[in-house]
Design a protein around this ligand. Structure first.
Ligand code: PAF
Length: 280
């Protein structure tokens, strides 16, 4: 496994691999890898000749009051995990390789970036779209792998790839959960043990929505209210949003239908967790 720091070198490696007819699978990450990331890497390994994992904590996607500085960084451990998964290249550029001093461009996917998570994290998805489009150009992968946990991110990236004719296939892999249901996230380590206990209510609320849907409940308001009530039983939980939306347009739906998304973002203490469910 090779560590690549320079954009030019990564570009040359992937262009040569493409010319040689090798399929490239790409897993973009911000490091602090967990089982969710490993499931993406494993899928990339199964389906491609060459696997590139990027590890880059992207400053553009953090708001001024967010956790960019304290975002977990665990490069040695990440390298070991990547090596164990037989990753070919870890692309981990310094920030000024990605954003040189005269960098001026932003990629904005209009209409999808300012709602749900985007409304409490202004600029976040513009930062994501900008870095992901750069990474797609640098790595020129055949297929890129993302996790369903970041449902809004995947919708935005699919839209961006369509709109800009970026020649990459997007694969979205299922959410990987802890034994008690909590979705894996690099931010789970911020939780105190009390908050960690409380956070179980988030997947439980989604499970409740699923059970209600299975018993014929289709009214989004009812589902949202029941989820809200369950979550607010935890005194320290603060709901950012709960929403039922179309899986492609992210427009709110009055009635649930197959393929729609039920999404929630909840603070436990200062840590904001997200989770979601695709209606069957
Ligand atoms: O999902 C993430 O970890 C990040 O948003 C991504 C896609 C690596 C872009 O920085």
């Amino acid at each position: 496994m090779k560590i690549v720091r320079s954009v030019n070198r990564m570009f040359k490696i992937s262009s040569a691999a493409r010319r040689a007819g090798r399929r490239i699978g790409f897993v973009p990450t911000m490091g602090a890898l967990h089982q969710g990331h490993l499931s993406l890497i494993r899928a990339a390994r199964r389906e491609n000749d060459l696997v590139v994992v990027s590890i880059f904590v992207n400053p553009l996607q953090f708001g001024p009051k967010e956790d960019f500085k304290k975002y977990p960084r665990a490069f040695s451990r990440d390298k070991r995990l990547c090596r164990d998964e037989k990753v070919d290249f870890v692309f981990s550029p310094p920030a000024d390789e990605i954003y040189p001093e005269d960098f001026k461009t932003a990629v904005l996917v209009k209409g999808l970036s300012d709602l749900l998570c985007g409304s409490s994290r202004p600029g976040h998805f513009q930062g994501v779209a900008t870095v992901v489009s750069k990474l797609f150009n640098i790595v020129s992968a055949d297929t890129a792998y993302f996790g369903q946990k970041d449902a809004q991110q995947t919708v935005i990236i699919r839209q961006m790839v369509r709109d800009l004719n970026i020649p990459v296939k997007i694969r979205v892999m299922p959410i990987v959960r802890e034994k008690d249901g909590l979705a894996m996230s690099s931010r789970n380590i911020y939780l105190s043990s009390r908050e960690r206990q409380d956070a179980r209510v988030l997947p439980e609320a989604l499970k409740l929505a699923k059970v209600l849907m299975q018993s014929g409940q289709q009214d989004s308001r009812v589902l949202i209210n029941r989820m809200r009530k369950l979550i607010l039983r935890k005194k320290n939980a603060k709901i950012d949003y709960i929403a039922v939306v179309d899986g492609k347009t992210l427009r709110p739906l009055k009635k649930v239908s197959s393929g729609c998304l039920i999404l929630a973002a909840v603070f436990f203490g200062r840590t904001r967790l997200i989770d979601n469910l695709i209606a069957a």
